[in-house]
Design a protein around this ligand. Structure first.
Ligand code: PMP
Length: 304
C-alpha cells in the first residue's frame, strides 16, 4: 500500500490522500487522455531544489496542446502549489507527479464537454532501477513490441495513453529476467526505454536517437547532452542507431528523471564493453550527480 504522502493538490486545493478521488467514468481512464510529468526534487547543498522545473512545466503545457487540454492554472500557480506541497509534507527530496486529464462528462470519444482536471502529487522515491543499477548497470532486452510511430500519436510529449506500450515492453523484459527493455521504432531502429532515453558511446563519441526516431524529448537527455558537450565530447543527438550497433557499442546508458544516468551492461545477454559501467558513462554520471548534490547551477534548479 502506497503511503508516501498525506495530501495531494487537486484542482486548486490540498486534499487528504484518501479523498483524492476521481470518477470511474473519467474520460482519461477510458481513453488515456491525460498528460503528465515526472520531476525530481533533490536534497542539495542549497536545500530542497526541484531539478529543471521550468523545463518540465513547459513540457506539460506542450503535451496538453495537441489534445486541446486547457490547463486552468498558470505556471506560477502550479509552481506555488508544488512548493507548498513539498514544504508542508516536509520532503527534502521527492518525486513530483503533475497530471492533467479529461474528467467526466460523457463517454463519447470526443471530450468536448469534459472538464480539465489538474492534480499534483509528491512522494519520496529512490533510484528507479535500484541503487545497484546505478553502479553495476542493468541487463536489458530488446522488446518484441515496437514504439508507436510519431505519425500515429505524438511521441515527443508525455501522454498517459502512450504508457501502455511502455508497460508491455517493460513487463515483457521483467518476465524474461531482465531489468528493463529497449524499444525499437517502427523502422526497427533504436528508440528508447519504456521510461528512459538511451545513449551509446562508440570510439569516444556519444550518440543518441533524435526526435524523428519516436522518442520522448527527455529533459535528462538534454542535461546529459549539455554536460557531455561541456566535458568536451562530441554528441550526435540525431543519431539513427541499429539493433546491431547496440550489441557492438563500447558503452550504453539510459537517462531519465526516474532512472537518472543508469549504465546498461548487457543487451539480450550480449555484454556491452566490459559488462560494467564504462568510463564515459562513469564520467557523465559523476558530473550529473555533482550537479544534483551541489544544487548550485541556478538555471537548472527551482529552490523550494
Ligand atoms: N522516454 C520515456 C518514454 C519516458 O517516459 C521518460 C521519462 N519521462 C524519458 C524518456 C526520459 O525523460 P526525462 O528525462 O524528461 O524524464
Amino acid at each position: 500500500m502506497f503511503e508516501g504522502t498525506d495530501r495531494i493538490w487537486m484542482d486548486g486545493e490540498f486534499v487528504d490522500f484518501e479523498d483524492a478521488q476521481t470518477h470511474v467514468l473519467t474520460h482519461a481512464l477510458h481513453y488515456g487522455t491525460g498528460v503528465f510529468e515526472g520531476v525530481r526534487c533533490y536534497d542539495t547543498e542549497q536545500g530542497p531544489a526541484i531539478f529543471r522545473w521550468e523545463e518540465h512545466l513547459d513540457r506539460l503545457y506542450k503535451s496538453a496542446k495537441p489534445y486541446d487540454l486547457d490547463i486552468e492554472f498558470s505556471k506560477d500557480e502550479l509552481t506555488e502549489a508544488t512548493t507548498e506541497l513539498i514544504e508542508t509534507e516536509g520532503f527534502e527530496s521527492c518525486y513530483i507527479r503533475p497530471i492533467v486529464y479529461y474528467g467526466f462528462d460523457s463517454l463519447g470519444v470526443s471530450p468536448k464537454d469534459c472538464p480539465t482536471k489538474t492534480t499534483i502529487a509528491a512522494w519520496p522515491w529512490g533510484a528507479y532501477l535500484g541503487e545497484e543499477a546505478l553502479e553495476e548497470g542493468v541487463d536489458v532486452m530488446v522488446s518484441s513490441w515496437r514504439k508507436h510511430a510519431s505519425s500515429q500519436i505524438p511521441t515527443n510529449i508525455k501522454t498517459t495513453g502512450l504508457y501502455v506500450n511502455s508497460m508491455l515492453a517493460g513487463e515483457e523484459a521483467r518476465r524474461n529476467g531482465y531489468t528493463e527493455a529497449i524499444v525499437l521504432n517502427k523502422e526497427g531502429n533504436v528508440a528508447e526505454g519504456p521510461g528512459e532515453n538511451i545513449f551509446m558511446v562508440r570510439d569516444g563519441e556519444i550518440y543518441t536517437p533524435g526526435l524523428a526516431e519516436s522518442i520522448l524529448e527527455g529533459i535528462t537527455r538534454n542535461t546529459a547532452i549539455t554536460l557531455a558537450e561541456e566535458m568536451g565530447y562530441t554528441v550526435h543527438e540525431e543519431a539513427t542507431i541499429s539493433r546491431g550497433e547496440l550489441y557492438t557499442a563500447d558503452e550504453l546508458f539510459f537517462t531519465g528523471t526516474a532512472a537518472e544516468v543508469t549504465p546498461i551492461r548487457s543487451v539480450d545477454d550480449n555484454e556491452i564493453g566490459e559488462g560494467t559501467k564504462g568510463p564515459v558513462t562513469d564520467e557523465l554520471q559523476s558530473a550529473f550527480f555533482d550537479v544534483i548534490e551541489s544544487g548550485d547551477r541556478e538555471e537548472w534548479f527551482h529552490y523550494v
